[in-house]
Design a protein around this ligand. Sequence first.
Ligand code: 6PG
Length: 247
Amino acid sequence: MPATESTPSVQVFDDAEQVAREAAGLFVRLSIEAISARGSFSVALSGGTTPRRVYELLASDDYRTQVTWANVHVFFGDERTVAPDHPDSNYRMANEALLSLVPIPAKNVHRIDGVGDAAANASQYESELREFFGDAAWPRLDLVMLGMGDDGHTASLFPGTTALAEERAWVVANWVEKFQTWRITLTAPAINAARRVLFLITGAGKAERLREVLRGERDPSRLPSQLIRPRDGTLEWFVDRAAAEKL
Ligand code: 6PG
């Protein structure tokens, strides 16, 4: 592995609740460090079910009061092509569990539009990121939170899809044949530009795929989570004991 790529750290915790607590604690610590070093904390949230508990904890008294929300900028790793109040919307989940419950300025919440033309919305979202990150070649997010599906996908980088080969765009629309739908997703090189990337993996149903991704042959077109290798950043996996069973 080239020296610029970090070796992933895998931390195993007792259960999903402990994973969520550790992730919420890390979010708080990174926000304090980033705000003190650079004046703001930029984070891309993930969708799916696993992070919901993290968001709930961050909204609870213990954690909420430790974060300077006025200096936090929330982005999203991916979005489904639905309205923001649709049950499948990643924004809706994050908004219900976290964003509507903390004093974050509306202008600091950078939502991916899921309604209308997916390619246009992807390019609009890339423009929003570019505006925030100035003339940087890639978005230097302080933290990207990710989950992994049981097919090995992460964000909306699904096995065998065209987005996996993207080398220039920060955000693309990605056709997902098995769901017959478009998704909008950060690309692997955009995720890999982050300072820190954190996967949250829980449950026995993910154990075999996690083993393949972390310990198996490199085959990113089948296991897109293997594309995630921050170029100049840290990659961490927070895993519960059930998901870690086959490592
Ligand atoms: C999404 C996600 C996706 C998710 C995984 C894991 O929009 O669906 O961002 O990549 O993180 O599918 O989802 P679970 O946490 O529900 O297992």
